[in-house]
Design a protein. Structure first.
Length: 261
């Protein structure tokens, strides 16, 4: 199978293929790391590539399948995260030189849920400094470029997420949205982005822009993939005072139910 075919699979397709052992997570990670190495210098979507971690998580994913372990819905699926999310043992800058040496000791709540679901971390994605801006501009670390036309903006503040998902550098990403920061890059880069209902996804471990307005959500290439990611990260978190206690809907099942009220 050509590499260019596999990188465009949906996260849903890849998760099913990995679970059935039709595709190796190690081979998928190696493919994406080569692709990132080739394309990221032009795009600047990734601020940090966690190649060693991704390869180790891919090997562990294969070991779990070989052992017959029960696996999560995103087992072996490589994702990447806006550099606003705390990641244990991994530098987290929020796009600012002020935090250039910050290495959190714990994962953000949404990252921990994706890890528990089996996702593989490819690295941290570009963002407007402290998520304050809609264009994607980031003078401290270099501005991310729109993959459809590198002379144009990718939208922000989740600029790297929009560019990376659109270019097939990862199968989905986490962004954040205070005033359009998921929706704008999704629109500018031609992908799907969801700003969930306030309180649906915990904001614990996410660098704050406006506490009463911040939302955590996914960016993906298909609606089904966005539903898959949202299903994994949604749910009550007692550490977030605004976290909803309402039951999490079955988002993927709802895709086939229509929208008639």
């Amino acid at each position: 199978m050509p590499d260019t075919d596999l990188c465009w699979w949906s996260a849903t397709e890849l998760a099913q293929a990995v679970r059935r052992r039709h595709v190796s997570p190690v081979e998928v990670v190696d493919l994406l790391l080569r692709r990132i190495e080739r394309l990221n210098p032009r795009l600047n979507a990734f601020l940090l590539v966690t190649a060693d971690l991704a390869r180790e998580q891919a090997r562990e994913a294969e070991r779990a399948l070989a052992a017959g372990d029960e696996v999560g819905p995103l087992h072996g699926v490589p994702l990447a995260y806006k550099d606003l999310y705390a990641t244990a043992g991994i530098r987290t800058t929020a796009g600012s030189l002020i935090l250039r040496d910050w290495v959190p000791s714990e994962d953000a709540a949404a990252i921990a849920r994706l890890r528990a679901a089996g996702a593989i971390c490819l690295g941290k994605l570009n963002t407007v400094e402290f998520a304050y801006g809609a264009t994607g501009a980031n003078p401290p670390y270099g501005t991310c470029h729109n993959p459809w036309d590198t002379a144009r903006m990718p939208g922000g503040s989740s600029s790297g997420a929009g560019a990376a998902v659109s270019t097939g550098l990862c199968y989905g990403a986490l962004g954040s949205d205070t005033g359009g920061s998921i929706r704008i890059p999704a629109a500018f880069c031609g992908i799907v982005g969801i700003k969930p209902t306030y309180g649906r996804v915990s904001r614990v471990g996410v660098v704050t822009l406006a506490w009463s307005m911040d939302h955590v959500g996914p960016l993906a290439r298909t609606v089904a993939d966005a539903a898959l990611l949202l299903q994994a990260i949604a749910g009550h978190d007692p550490r977030d005072p605004a976290s909803s206690r309402r039951a999490v809907p079955e988002y993927r099942a709802a895709l086939d139910q229509g929208v008639r009220g």
